[in-house]
Structure formats: structure tokens, C-alpha cells
Design a protein around this ligand. Structure first.
Ligand SMILES: [Zn+2]
Length: 392
């Protein structure tokens, strides 16, 4: 099983210079390999494969000992593979569209500033040293050196690949590890989970996890910065500073939210054998700007604009974190079709009315908590029974 960790890296000034050079050299290699494929096809209708190009690496390195020759051989192979993948996608799409009017764009050359990552095989030109007793973690890359890395959570498993990546002015190391599944003991709890707006989630046995407070604080700060930025003169230094401050706030929000998602998912996985959720990919496809019958509140006024973008984006990420943790713990996740999960009564199936966002009213059973009712419907639909066992 694979797990990826994206860690912030802090190269020294000279290391940063060498990292930039590493990206540039790999970019040259990528573009040269693309040229070869293009010319071979144009002039002789010959297809060049990854194997053909990889076989030339040795000669390329020998001819350029202070350039290409300094870099990790296997990392260069990865860059050639990357181009190979781009071509495979291009060829497949061309085949699929054969005879149709639409044209598929030929793979493009990459300018230096857009070529932003190099993939290394761990133990071959790259090495990761996890943090140890409060000391910094490090990652070493051939032709760059040993770079300081902030490890915000423990890296579990044996490193398989290390990626050195540039994002604007920041550097990251992405460590992909191989881990063994650690099966957790059975807990006897199986629940449906409703992800909501007013609360982050509600389980079918009545557990409620509120939206974290940092959302409100972040929303206030971001709205404030956006107002100030809108008033600042275009092209001014002030506007540039505000744009940076805004990017920083969004980044901070994303990080806080990811930590919150990891903690919340961890707690659920530790205590539940099976979890059912709505398949939000389906929900996203069926939702309209006016909201759906099932979720009249999800897309309407109360969640318009900024508020919406701050609350919304989390669900997909949370679901994938939950699925990944479930997989490595041997827990079961069931994704159910979202139609009608919150508007039908969980007890009798009758169509309810929804006078308020947080309440549905069944003609037989009266007023019910909308999220709890939704969570119970999700549990039932997933075949987990009523999902109320541990609440009894
Ligand atoms: Zn009912």
C-alpha cells in the first residue's frame, strides 16, 4: 500500500541554486526527448519508445559530464517515463477521436518555469532521513545536497520515491512510502455519516462533529483582505503585498483543514468497522446552482460566494482521506447514491417536508433532525441496518 507525504523543504541559498539547475537540466532532457520523438515521426514516420530513449542516456551523460552527467541516472529515466506517459495519453486520445472533427493537441515543450518537479527512486540518488528526537528531518538529492525538511506528521513505512518540487517560491519534498496494512480489532460499530454545512458531520448513532472554529476566523481574515485588495490600485506594491497575504491565508486554511480531516477520519476509523457516506461525485454532478431537492440548502444563499468556497471544498478531501485510512486499517467504506437521503423519513420512508435547513417533518413521525435522518438513511442504503446500534 502506498502513502504520500508532502513536506515543506528549506534549501539553503546554494542548495536552492542547485535545485533550480536540477530542474533546468531535467527540463532540457524532457524537451530534447520530445524533439527526438517529434522529428522521428515527421521525417520518417518512426515511433520512438521509452526504451529507445532510455538506452541513449548513457551516451548523453558521457558527452556532458558537468551537465546531464552529474544527475541521477534513475531520476533521468523517470523524466523520460513522464514524457512517455504524456505520449501514451496523447496517442490514446487521438485513436479515440479518429475520424471526428476535434483535434488533439500534440505534447508541448515545457518552459523552465513550468517544469517544477523531479522524481527520484529512494536509495538511488535520493535519501530520506526522518525527524529524530526533535531534530529536523532531511532529504538528500544527488547534485543538490542534504536539504532540511519540516516533518509535520510521522512518515510511516519505507520510502519508495522522493520528489523534489517547486511551487512558486516554495520547495517541497514528496515522499511516497510503502506500508503494510495494520488491521484494527473489530469495534462492533457501523454507522452512516452525513457531511453537512451547519455541522461538519453527523453519524447515524448521533455523534456530532461541529465545523471547526478556524473556519470562521479564516473567513473573516480572507474577506477583509479581499476587500482591501479590491480597493488597492492595480499594479501597486500594496496590491501585490495583499495578494501574497491572501495566498498565505488560503494556504493556512488548507493546511488546518487537512489536519482537521486527518484527525476526524482517524477517530472514525479507530471506532467503526464500517462507514457509509454519500458518493459526492454523484452529488456534484446532480447538483444545480439552485440546490437539489435533497439538499435545498447546499447551494443556495446562505452558502453563496466566499462562505461556500470555504465550507465546501472539504468534503471530497475528507472522503478520500477516510477511504485511504480505512484501506490500511482493514475497515469498510460504502459510498451510496445521494438521492433522497435527507428528505425521506428514515423510520417509515415517507417523503418529508423541510421547513428549515436543520429539520425535516415526517407526516407520521413528526420533526426530525435533518442531518441525523440523512445519516440513518445513508446507513440503511449501505446495508448497515439502521446504523443506530451503539446509540441504543
Ligand atoms: Zn416517518
Amino acid at each position: 500500500m502506498r502513502r504520500a507525504y508532502k513536506l515543506r523543504a528549506y534549501p539553503t541559498r546554494p542548495q536552492e541554486g542547485r535545485s533550480v539547475r536540477l530542474l533546468a537540466d531535467h527540463c532540457d532532457l524532457y524537451n530534447a526527448a520530445l524533439t527526438e520523438r517529434r522529428d522521428a515521426w515527421r521525417m520518417q514516420k518512426v515511433k520512438v519508445s521509452y526504451g529507445d530513449q532510455s538506452a541513449q542516456l548513457k551516451a548523453i551523460r558521457a558527452a556532458d559530464p558537468f551537465g546531464q552527467g552529474r544527475h541521477s541516472f534513475t531520476a533521468q529515466q523517470q523524466t523520460l517515463r513522464r514524457l512517455n506517459t504524456v505520449f501514451a495519453v496523447y496517442l490514446r486520445r487521438t485513436r479515440d477521436l479518429e475520424g471526428k472533427v476535434r483535434r488533439v493537441g500534440y505534447p508541448r515543450f515545457k518552459p523552465y518555469q513550468r517544469f517544477d518537479q523531479v522524481l527520484f527512486v529512494a536509495g538511488d540518488g535520493a535519501r530520506s532521513e526522518p525527524a529524530d528526537g526533535g531534530r529536523w528531518a532531511h532529504a538528500s538529492f544527488q547534485a543538490v545536497g542534504r536539504v532540511k525538511v519540516r516533518q509535520h506528521r510521522p512518515v510511516v513505512g519505507r520510502a519508495k520515491t522522493l520528489q523534489l518540487k517547486r511551487e512558486h517560491r516554495r520547495w517541497y519534498v514528496i515522499v511516497v512510502t510503502d506500508i503494510e496494512a495494520m488491521l484494527l480489532p473489530a469495534s462492533g460499530r457501523s454507522v452512516g455519516v452525513d457531511l453537512g454545512v451547519a455541522r461538519f458531520l453527523t453519524t447515524s448513532d448521533g455523534q456530532i462533529i461541529a465545523n471547526p472554529r478556524f473556519l470562521d476566523a479564516a473567513q473573516e481574515r480572507i474577506a477583509n483582505l479581499q476587500r482591501r485588495k479590491a480597493r488597492a490600485r492595480p499594479g501597486s506594491g500594496n496590491r501585490r503585498r495583499l495578494r501574497r497575504a491572501l495566498a498565505k491565508e488560503w494556504r493556512r486554511l488548507r493546511n488546518q483543514r487537512r489536519d482537521f480531516h486527518h484527525q476526524t477520519a482517524r477517530a472514525l476509523i479507530d471506532t467503526c468497522d464500517a462507514l457509509a457516506l454519500e458518493d459526492l461525485r454523484v452529488a456534484a454532478m446532480t447538483a444545480t446552482a439552485a440546490g437539489t431537492v435533497e439538499h435545498p440548502g447546499r447551494n443556495v444563499a446562505a452558502k453563496a460566494g466566499l462562505n461556500r468556497s470555504i465550507l465546501d471544498v472539504g468534503w471530497g478531501q475528507f472522503t478520500s482521506i477516510l477511504v485511504a485510512k480505512a484501506e490500511s486499517a482493514g475497515r469498510r467504506i460504502v459510498l451510496v447514491h445521494p438521492a433522497s437521503t435527507s428528505i425521506d423519513c428514515h423510520a417509515c420512508g415517507a417523503r418529508c417536508t423541510r421547513p428549515r435547513r436543520d429539520t425535516v417533518v415526517c407526516p407520521v413521525h413528526g420533526a426530525l433532525d435533518a442531518d441525523l435522518n440523512g445519516a440513518r438513511n445513508i446507513a440503511t442504503r449501505a446495508g448497515l441496518g439502521s446504523g443506530q446500534a451503539s446509540a441504543a
